[in-house]
Design a protein around this ligand. Structure first.
Ligand code: TYD
Ligand code: MG
Length: 453
């Protein structure tokens, strides 16, 4: 078979060039030309992925019967939660994460459950069939029905999918595949992009749900940055400290469900085990109250989660005091320190400040502000916050404490875990008393800082 000719197309504007150049001749962006397969008969520069979703005929939206997507649950509750209820027919899911975090493990466990319901094809490009069989034995899953294909050539995998018509196909991993139509090496942006685009087309046409495994580069981006994310329906990331056994899986994009949902697993010697009540996970066990520690309630998707924040304030000896965060946003810390100074009269310009979210969890919401500030003040004064207190609330630049979403649910979760007091924004104060928890409503940061039990 003659090789299909390849062209170089720009990742920014889609313009094409016959050979590689440093600068795109169309939009003049630098370093954006990547090799892609040329398609005969297509207008150069036309978006080759344009008809991914259908037949290309014009219909009015009212004529289309909007039905719910039939879901194919993996029967792993935490995984289904982030997927939005299960796999979707013809849906394409990308699972990213560091090497060794447990992507293959989770997918093999899910594939075993799915194979009880539909035919499942597991394509392994990284490991041999023996290695996968060994893992299945170790996981003690019923993998007998999974069809395994050790293969890295795109065209052969496509042919197999066309022949077997599986309900679900797992591609482990997208970076090991190559298309014979391109000359670049497997794992290059051009190959990853081409393979993902082809599989997406296969999924939409055949109704097979496809899951890609994607490795994250050192900079934390999936290879083929941005390129894969817009092609697929769902992007999930595996997170977690490889030093602890906990693994979090988060949805970053989901055309079939909510984002910011989080699934929690523990890695055991028999694979990933679901953690259905993760709230207590991110609290460290102190025997006595310690200074610099504050428990907050954060909201992850539909679920409240209790997380302990720790701060350490220490005399600075450098010209520039240090501000370091783990699991929280660094710039936000600088902002909070400025607010503390201006609106509560607490100066930290000669102190190093370190803040850590316990258990390797990452908190992006501003609802952590009040807890961070109280942990810092507690460490500075070397006085522990009163026992059994939780905190949440956003701190504004004017020193006001602003409400967060779903305050009541957060309070209920805290009460469930035995907390007796909550320092929260006045606007979040529930109209009716919540059993077991006393609310301390604050309007200004200074009130929270001056609070005594
Ligand atoms: P793996 O799923 O191969 O990671 P990935 O596909 O994301 O690269 O997981 C590898 C790690 O998980 C490895 O360090 C060993 C550990 N592990 C367990 O602790 N228990 C198990 O049952 C399995 C299968 C793996
Ligand atoms: Mg793997």
């Amino acid at each position: 078979m003659a090789r299909a000719k390849s062209v170089f197309s720009c990742t920014e504007c889609g313009g094409q060039a016959p050979k590689w150049q440093g600068q795109c001749p169309h939009c003049e962006a630098w370093n954006t030309l990547v090799e892609t397969a040329a398609e005969a008969g297509k207008v150069p520069g036309a978006n080759r992925f344009a008809s991914l979703g259908g037949t290309g005929e014009v219909v009015s939206l009212g004529e289309i019967e909007a039905k719910d997507f039939p879901r194919l649950p993996t029967l792993i509750g935490e995984f289904d939660r982030v997927l939005g209820g299960g796999m979707v027919e013809g849906g394409v899911v990308l699972i990213g994460g560091d090497p060794g975090i447990g992507k293959s493990t989770l997918l093999l466990q899910a594939a075993a459950r799915l194979s009880e319901q539909v035919p499942v094809l597991y394509v392994t490009g990284e490991e041999s069939a023996q290695q996968v069989a060994l893992r299945a034995r170790r996981l003690e899953v019923n993998a007998a029905k999974i069809r395994l294909l050790p293969e890295i050539e795109l065209e052969k995998i496509q042919a197999t999918i066309a022949k077997l018509k599986p309900g679900v196909a797992v591609i482990d991993s997208i970076q090991t595949l190559y298309s014979a139509a391109l000359t670049s090496a497997p794992g290059s942006v051009a190959q990853v992009r081409e393979c993902a685009a082809q599989f997406t087309r296969v999924a939409k046409q055949s109704g097979t749900a496809i899951v890609f495994v994607g490795h994250v580069t050192k900079e934390g981006a999936l290879a083929g940055p941005r390129v894969l994310e817009h092609m697929v329906d769902t992007v999930l990331y595996f997170e977690g400290d490889t030093h602890t056994s906990f693994r979090l899986i988060r949805a970053f994009k989901n055309r079939f469900g909510a984002v910011n949902e989080m699934g929690v697993f523990a890695m055991t010697e028999k694979g990933l085990r679901e953690v259905t009540n993760p709230s207590a996970l991110f609290l460290s066990q102190h025997r006595a109250d310690v200074a610099g520690s504050c428990v907050m309630v954060t909201q992850e998707g539909t679920r409240p989660l209790l997380v302990e924040l720790q701060a350490l304030v220490d005399e600075s000896h450098g010209a520039q005091p240090r501000r370091l965060t783990v699991g929280l946003e660094q710039n936000r810390l600088a902002m909070l320190l400025a607010v503390l100074h201006r609106h509560a009269g607490i100066a930290l310009f000669d102190q190093d400040v370190f803040v850590n979210a316990v258990g390797g969890v990452r908190i992006a919401e501003p609802g952590a502000d009040l807890a961070v500030t109280l942990a810092i003040v507690s460490s500075l004064r070397n006085r522990a916050l009163p026992a059994k207190h939780v905190v949440f609330g956003e701190v504004g630049l004017a020193g006001e404490v602003r409400p967060v979403q779903r305050g009541q649910e957060r309070l209920r979760e805290a009460a469930k875990l035995g907390f007796t007091h909550a320092i929260i924004p006045a606007a979040n104060k529930p109209r009716h008393r919540i059993e077991g928890i006393e609310v301390v409503a604050v309007e200004r940061l200074s009130e929270a800082v001056d609070y005594r039990a």
